[in-house]
Design a binder for this molecule. Sequence first.
Ligand SMILES: Cc1ncc(COP(=O)(O)O)c(C=O)c1O
Length: 370
Amino acid sequence: MDTSPRISQRVQDVEMSGIRKFFQEARPDAINLGIGQPDFPTPDHIKDAAIDAIHRNLTGYTFNTGVYELREAICAKFERENAIAYTPEQVIVTAGAGEALFIAMTTLVDEGDRVLFPDPGFVSYEACAVLAGGRPEGVALDETLHLDVEACKEQMDGAKVFILNSPGNPTGTVEDAETIRAIVEYADDAGVTVISDEVYEHFIYGKEHASAARYGENVVTVNATSKTYAMTGWRLGYMAGPAEVVSQAVKVHQYCQTCATSISQYAALAAYTGGNNCVQVMKDEYAKRREILYDGLKRLGFDFPKPEGAFYMFVPMSREMFRAIIDAGVVIIPGDAFGNNADNYGRFSYAASREHINEALNRISSVTRV
Ligand SMILES: Cc1ncc(COP(=O)(O)O)c(C=O)c1O
């Protein structure tokens, strides 16, 4: 008899993310422009609030949905920054945006349901759809890496969920309010729930962020402290949406997570009530690095539109050029890690120091020079 554990087909059907592999293969002195996390420390007032929470023994379970004061602060943030009115009962605090995406998808998707997401897109979308029993279906982007509204509408008929991500990972694309509105309104009419992943909302250079939930009822908003406040390791995010979705999603959250870490919740409370000067400082620095990386890559002969958001550049290049950049000691991520429509791209992150970006450009110049 075969005594080996029998693994579910759903889990077998999901691959590990292709991102990590390139860190393992890289030269020991490689410059890392692969990683998608802020390189800033978490601001002091946020760290102090967490330390204070520990000293005040706020270290037990919280409500499943999260500390009430934090959910109030998140609602105030939605009102202030996104012009959306949510009540604390419409918010679940989660272990990062990653958990929020997972529980939203598990709550909404039945066996065989079609789940649409941008392709190329963030690696979790397809995996969460498969784990929820759904059928993932990429929505191809146009040549400027934006969504094509008419194509989205066509694909939306009969689908269950449409995932929006603006600013986008890996593309850095920011969609206009008109695009978001058109998709959300069509989805509302077609009975498709939009999950809007807005984790990069604060990192936009010259455009305005448009929150999907402003334009329709059937929208679940996913966000986190992770990127905004340089808090990736604190694992603190949230989902907010229609009361009937949230009251069901809390069951999934309860049975896998119970509640987000209490200490991180108090840190997040300080983040959302402490003003956004610290975010502006990080944004200003990203903006400068963006100029350096974009100008440098253009000078080296790479040709692509300047992405308006997040901290990524998704750059068209041959597989040979991708390999040469890795061999020259610069880690970037291959386009095919993000879907089926981006084989000839590499993703650069500029969440790295100016010094590292300049040195990376220097190393790349040795392989682009003929
Ligand atoms: C678009 C997008 N959504 C969600 C996440 C996950 O965020 P968190 O660390 O809060 O789980 C990431 C992380 O890279 C991301 O890029």
